[in-house]
Ligand binder design. Sequence first.
Ligand code: DAH
Length: 342
Amino acid sequence: MELKDQIKDYQAEISAAEIKDATELEAFRVKFLGSKNILKDLYKELKDAPNEIKKDLGQAINALKLSAEEKFSKGAKKKDFIQLGAKKLDYSRPAEEVALGSRHPLSIIRNEIIEIFSRIGYTVSEGPEIEDDWHNFSALNFPPEHPARDMQDTFFIKKGDNEIALRTHTSSVQVRVMESQEPPIRTISPGRVYRNEAISARAHCFFHQVEGLYIDKNVSFADLKQTLLYFAREMFGEKAQIRLRPSYFPFTEPSAEVDVSCTICNSEGCNVCKYTGWLEILGCGMVDPNVLEASGIDSQKYSGFAFGMGIERIAQLKFRVNDLRMYSENDIRFLDQFKSAY
Ligand code: DAH
């Protein structure tokens, strides 16, 4: 068939087409306007047409295309055809609920700790998780042969003169803050720490701590005790009591471990507090003068206290989660339970 006649035929077909439903509309679209539509062949044939009629033929094909488009959009405007082949939509139906996530329990507790200390003027400071020997150990007065430096506790990245390791505690941030700031310093440092431990319900190779540091003139042990009592009451309720037991840390002197009265059994004795009425929550002490001096702070002029606590431990007491592994398994059934906790 000659190109001219072919165009005429199609024009007649388009004019005569009666589009009755969405299926027919789609069939029309595919035939005349789709990516493999029949008009494309006409353009191919046009190339071989004699020059003197090329222009007219070209215009005729364009007109054909226009009328196909017109026919299609008329059909598409018919209300029933809006949904091609699909069921009618009920636009008055309420939208599907978007599932909200929940904050991670450790984030909830970390934020609560930050809030409690910010109310008494503490800033938040952070340091790197990959740390050098100086900030993690030496500046904190760890003797060269201290067992905490051992391969069994620490994940070393580089051995040698300037050892690089994953920080084993957030006390490293203390050093960085003291090196870069003048007292008075009042700051807490939340963060992730790493230890080379076999993973079990009670131990993990990473966990989270919050370090606290207060350096000024005339800071005393009484200030430390009052600060910790304030913290315990804000976190565990106004009836909470604390007790301090003498302890040892290389970076503090004197040092203490702090217990809070068992909030689960009101100190009457239960299996969480192992029938002692007390729960250990943190370590603390007066910053050792060696540590102040190592970070360039005059220990004759300034004194200070420090404390460090595990976020998982506080979360365990608040939420009664006894298996540490749950915090990093990302099980939605576990995480969903904290939706209303903030
Ligand atoms: N860094 C200690 C640890 O990881 C916790 C700690 C104890 C921090 C006493 C302190 C402190 O600042 O004074 O177990």
